[in-house]
Design a protein around this ligand. Structure first.
Ligand SMILES: O=C(O)CCC(=O)C(=O)O
Length: 279
C-alpha cells in the first residue's frame, strides 16, 4: 500500500477557519473498494439500514405515491462497525484515522460511529441542513465527521454542501429528522433555516468529490446534501465520526446506543464504547 499523502498546514487552517476541508486523493483505491461489499450488505441484505425515503413520505403525510416504486431510495444506517469486521477495519485500521488525527492535531483519536448513506438514482430527498453536534452524546471541540464517497459525486448526484464558518457560531441548533425539517421530538433549540430553499447570505460550499477523497467537517458545521437527480449514478458514501483529545461523554437522548448505557456524563471517552483508532 502506498503511503497516504500528508495533511498540510493549509488543510488544518481550512478546517479550523471554515469547519470543513476536502482532502483530495488521500485514500488508496483498494481501501475505498473494500467498502463496496459492506455497503452492499448493509443496503441489500442485513436490514441494518433504514429507508429514509419512506420516512420522508410518511412525515410529509403524502398519499402513497404511485411513482414510488420507480423512484430511487435514500438508505442509511449507523454503527455497522459493531457487526461488520470490514467496517470496523476501515474505521480503525485504514489510513483514515491517522489522516484525521493529523488534521485535528490530537494525541489520540477515538471512534464515535460510522454511517452508510446511499442515494439511488432518482432519490428525491435532499439531506436537510443540520449540525451533527446535537445528535452526538459527547461534548468537546475535537469532534468531526469524515465523508467518504464510493462513487464520483456531483451537484446532480447528491454532493455535500457546508456552511463555511458555521462551526464558530454558538447557536444551539435543533436536530431534525434528516429528510424533513421536522425537529426530533423532545429536543430544543433553533431550527436550522431551510437553506436548500433559501440560502440567504449563508456561505455554502458544495463539494464535488471522487473516490479517494475524504471530506472532513467539524461536528458544529451546518451541512446538507442534494437529492440524487442522476438517472444512472448511485451515490454511495460512508461517514466515520471521530473524537480527539479532551472529549467527554454527555448523554443525549436523540440517538441512544446500547453500548453507551454504562457511561456516565463527564467521563473521558475511551474503549470499549469509543475504540481507540489512533495511534
Ligand atoms: O450523505 C448525506 O447525504 C449526509 C451525510 C451527513 O450529513 C453526515 O454524514 O453527517
Amino acid at each position: 500500500m502506498t503511503p497516504a499523502p500528508a495533511v498540510t498546514e493549509t488543510d488544518r487552517r481550512n478546517f479550523r477557519e471554515h469547519g470543513v476541508v476536502a482532502l483530495r486523493g488521500v485514500l488508496p483505491r483498494e481501501v475505498v473498494r473494500a467498502l463496496e461489499a459492506p455497503v452492499a450488505r448493509a443496503v441489500d441484505g442485513d436490514s441494518s439500514t433504514a429507508d429514509l425515503s419512506e420516512l420522508g413520505d410518511a412525515l410529509q403525510g403524502s398519499d402513497p405515491d404511485p411513482d414510488r416504486a420507480r423512484r430511487g431510495r435514500f438508505r442509511s444506517g449507523v454503527d455497522h462497525w459493531l457487526g461488520d469486521p470490514d467496517m470496523e477495519a476501515f474505521a480503525l485500521r485504514s489510513p483514515l484515522p491517522a489522516l484525521v488525527a493529523s488534521l485535528l492535531e490530537t494525541s489520540a483519536l477515538y471512534l464515535y460511529e460510522d454511517s452508510i448513506l446511499v442515494k439511488e438514482p432518482g432519490s428525491i430527498e435532499p439531506t436537510v441542513f443540520h449540525q451533527d453536534h446535537p445528535y452526538f452524546s459527547v461534548d468537546g471541540d475535537l469532534v468531526c465527521t469524515t465523508w467518504i464517497p464510493l462513487d464520483p459525486v456531483t451537484r446532480e448526484s447528491g454532493a455535500m454542501g457546508y456552511v463555511r464558518g458555521s462551526h464558530l457560531d454558538d447557536t444551539e441548533w435543533r436536530p431534525n429528522l434528516f429528510v424533513t425539517r421536522d425537529p426530533i421530538p423532545g429536543t430544543s433549540g433553533t431550527d436550522v433555516p431551510d437553506l436548500h430553499r433559501d440560502p440567504g447570505d449563508a456561505d455554502i460550499v458544495w463539494i464535488d468529490a471522487q473516490p479517494g477523497d475524504v471530506l472532513v467537517h467539524h461536528s458544529r458545521t451546518i451541512h446538507g446534501a442534494g437529492p440524487n437527480r442522476s438517472t444512472t449514478t448511485t451515490r454511495r458514501a460512508v461517514s466515520v465520526r471521530y473524537c480527539g483529545d479532551g472529549v467527554r461523554f454527555r448523554r443525549r437522548a436523540v440517538t441512544p446506543k446500547p453500548h453507551h448505557e454504562p457511561l456516565v456524563d463527564g467521563e473521558p471517552i475511551g474503549p470499549p464504547a469509543f475504540p481507540r483508532a489512533w495511534p
